[in-house]
Ligand binder design. Structure first.
Ligand SMILES: NC(=O)c1ccc[n+]([C@@H]2O[C@H](COP(=O)([O-])OP(=O)(O)OC[C@H]3O[C@@H](n4cnc5c(N)ncnc54)[C@H](O)[C@@H]3O)[C@@H](O)[C@H]2O)c1
Length: 321
């Protein structure tokens, strides 16, 4: 099977899980953001190429029974700064990949979308909500979702969409996410900053849970998934104050917390309904926040003691979701 973006944060977690269950994994990643070190010791073959390279994409899909498409420009601020670049990377290149997969007769296609595609909505977010993206990133994910559905409808490809909520976990040293930033600070004994009052909420999901969601989509009967959208979160609303407490607990110390001004454009609350994935895919996120955070903190401690990984800083284009 082919995993695009397999050397990124979620990709590294997924490729590990796929390899551990005996799948033969090919990774297509241009390493613009991802790190090959994340996959050290994990059986896979790597094609270091961009999705913009049609020949490399054709070769990568050849003979694959499934494609999991994770590669993207995954940052909201990046998409605000460069909406056309995000359109090219997240929409045009997704259609290029879908079409190469169609021509190679790939049976299954799992697309990593985001709750940003749903955008502004009543809570909890539901797959049936009328999407209302509020960022170019969210719009690009929604447009790519539509193409996945079109390839299911027109060509009979078992293409499905997983809308991930805010992920945290190991192999995220390059991320600008709140969990990565706070763990770095907490491990170094520095204070953390909460934007606003900290009562804003998110649905934080452990990366390995998302890898399990992808596997559930790969394994489900095709008629249950073709053209379908599934929200993949926990269904649990966590405040930023609670998240800070979980980070403190994971590193074993009371954190010094500063409050900064609220961030412009931040949504106040977010949480996803997860019943559809449970009913159709038999999948539910199962890792509690405390457990996932402890594992993430363990990974960061080890990574920060490794000269190669310690040098990996937050990447401008790998957003905070
Ligand atoms: N991390 C989250 O919280 C989150 C939440 C919702 C959705 N998602 C989606 O999940 C997917 C994976 O996210 P992530 O956090 O692992 O991101 P990431 O930035 O860590 O990984 C993306 C990977 O894709 C590669 N890549 C980027 N552009 C490429 C191109 N043109 N050709 C080949 N490779 C390319 C990068 O080198 C990187 O390894 C993305 O599609 C993202 O939009 C992530």
């Amino acid at each position: 099977m082919l995993v695009t973006g397999g050397a990124g944060f979620l990709g590294s977690n997924l490729v590990r899980l796929l390899a551990s269950r005996g799948d033969t994994v090919r990774v297509l990643d241009d390493l613009s953001i991802g790190r090959p070190e994340y996959l050290a010791g994990v059986p896979h073959s790597l094609s270091r190429a961009s999705l913009a390279d049609a020949v490399a994409v054709r070769e990568a899909v050849e003979g694959a029974d499934a494609v999991v498409h994770l590669a993207a420009r995954a940052g909201i601020p990046d998409s605000v700064a460069d909406p056309l670049g995000t359109l090219e990377a997240n929409v045009s290149q997704t259609v290029g990949l879908l079409d190469a997969a169609r021509l190679a007769r790939v049976e299954r296609f799992v697309f990593a979308s985001s709750n940003a595609a749903t955008g502004d909505h009543e809570l909890p977010a539901d797959e049936n909500d009328l999407p209302h993206p509020v960022s170019p990133y969210g719009a690009s994910k929604l447009a790519a979702e539509a193409y996945c559905q079109a390839y299911a409808g027109t060509y009979g490809m078992a293409a499905c969409i997983l809308r991930f909520s805010n992920a945290y976990g190991p192999y995220s040293a390059h991320k600008k996410s709140v969990v990565a930033a706070w763990l770095r600070a907490a491990i170094a004994g520095r204070p953390i900053t909460i934007h606003g009052d900290g009562h804003q909420t998110r649905d934080f999901v452990f990366a390995d849970d998302l890898a399990q969601a992808v596997c559930a989509a790969l394994d489900a009967p095709r008629e249950r998934i073709a053209g379908e959208v599934f929200q993949a979160g926990t269904g649990i609303e966590t405040t930023i104050v609670e998240l800070a407490a979980a980070v403190g607990e994971a590193v074993g110390r009371q954190l010094e917390v500063f409050h900064g001004p609220p961030r412009e454009g931040d949504v106040r609350r977010n949480v996803s309904r997860v019943d559809k994935a449970a009913a159709r895919l038999g999948y539910r996120a199962s890792v509690p926040l405390a457990e996932g955070m402890a594992e993430t903190a363990r990974w960061f401690r080890t990574a920060l003691a490794d000269p190669v990984l310690a040098a990996v800083g937050p990447h401008e284009r790998s957003g905070s979701e």
